[in-house]
Design a binder for this molecule. Structure first.
Ligand SMILES: NC(=O)c1ccc[n+]([C@@H]2O[C@H](COP(=O)([O-])OP(=O)(O)OC[C@H]3O[C@@H](n4cnc5c(N)ncnc54)[C@H](OP(=O)(O)O)[C@@H]3O)[C@@H](O)[C@H]2O)c1
Length: 314
């Protein structure tokens, strides 16, 4: 079958032929209908998990998928042949299966949920991007009526987080580079700041002199994160997905600092699918590309400039 893989850490992703996986005991074989592109994909290709997980080469890339169960090993539970599912293909050894492939196997008790009644392209975007968005919101305990400064709001996690927060009556202050108030406002942002010329801390401070309640920063390095964190009122919360929060310094001001490492569950995926079915979130799909274009999509993600989600259709 066709898949997109690297032969070594740091190698160029290429379309390759690999053996179609067979489901072992307790596993499902899924024919992939869609896979979503995340920055995590190229980080894994670069060896981000080399120290923490075993890998297998060629390393088939891609984590988030949706598709149809076409075979099941003995003792598989929860799903059967013909069921539509979505989930995460990440498990050890990393790369033995991946979402950028025509088929993958997944433990039936693992990170999968029903995609019944969902467009597979939309369902495929949920696990990492929407899962992290909901995870951040809940980890930060951000509540109705509070202000949330969201840096990197126009990409995968940010577009979901904007919607999920706005639906909970949180006032979202979206920081983007070049994505204006009309686009972010349509997702629920109350205000949009353009950081094309550099960080916008001064503008936010003049609008919110008493400080914001929460910061979720998806993109900044330690210096910019610290500058944005100075906008949080005492006793607020600061979250980063880049692991750059200095908890000690922020604790002096009573601010909870969270270096967020998303740990998803099948139950979380079920909740996200319900949000989608109930039309409480929409998926801003930027591009739908064939598997042959996955290497280009991965390279583009590395360069930045994401606007919502890119989906690969094998
Ligand atoms: N720790 C975790 O558990 C976890 C989980 C999920 C994701 N992540 C990480 O979180 C980051 C965001 O993920 P994602 O899926 O949302 O990525 P994405 O889809 O690539 O989106 C990132 C967005 O941020 C924008 N951006 C970049 N620099 C900016 C800046 N200085 N100011 C304002 N906007 C900026 C990008 O557009 P421009 O380049 O045009 O500005 C893009 O719209 C990635 O590094 C990802 O690996 C971590």
């Amino acid at each position: 079958m066709r898949a997109v893989a690297v032969n070594e850490f740091g190698g160029d992703p290429k379309v390759v032929d690999v053996s179609k996986p067979t489901p072992a005991r307790g596993e499902l074989l899924v024919e992939v209908a869609a896979a979503a592109v995340n920055p995590f994909d190229w980080k894994v290709a670069d060896g981000m998990l080399a120290e923490s997980m075993k890998h297998s080469f060629p390393l088939v890339l891609g984590v988030d998928f949706a598709g149809t169960v076409v075979d099941a090993g003995s003792d598989a539970v929860r799903f059967s042949v013909g069921d539509k599912v979505f989930g995460s293909a990440l498990r050890a050894p990393v790369g033995a299966v991946g979402a950028y492939a025509e088929f993958l196997t997944v433990p039936s008790t693992g990170l999968i949920a029903s995609a019944a009644d969902l467009d597979p392209a939309q369902a495929a975007t949920l696990p990492t991007a929407a899962g992290t968005a909901l995870g951040l919101l809940e980890a930060g305990g951000v509540r109705a009526g509070q202000t949330l400064l969201l840096v990197g709001a126009a990409g995968g996690v940010g577009t979901f987080l904007t919607q999920l927060a706005a639906a909970r009556d949180v006032r979202v202050l979206a920081v983007t580079r070049g994505v204006g108030a009309s686009k972010m406002g349509a997702l629920g942002a109350a205000q949009t700041y353009d950081a094309t010329g550099g960080i916008v801390a001064d503008k936010v401070r003049s609008d919110y002199p008493d400080g914001v309640d929460a910061l979720v920063d998806l993109v900044s390095d330690a210096t910019d994160f610290a500058a944005y964190a100075r906008l949080i009122r005492d006793g607020g919360v600061a979250l980063t997905t880049q692991f750059v929060a200095d908890a000690g310094e922020l604790a002096e001001r009573g601010i909870e600092a969270i270096n967020h490492d998303q740990k998803s569950t099948a139950e979380l995926y079920d909740r996200l699918a319900d949000e989608l079915r109930g039309h409480r979130i929409t998926v801003p799909i930027e591009a739908r590309l064939p598997l042959s274009d996955a290497p280009t999509a991965i390279a583009r993600s590395r360069l930045g400039g994401a606007r919502g989600k890119t989906v690969i259709i094998p």
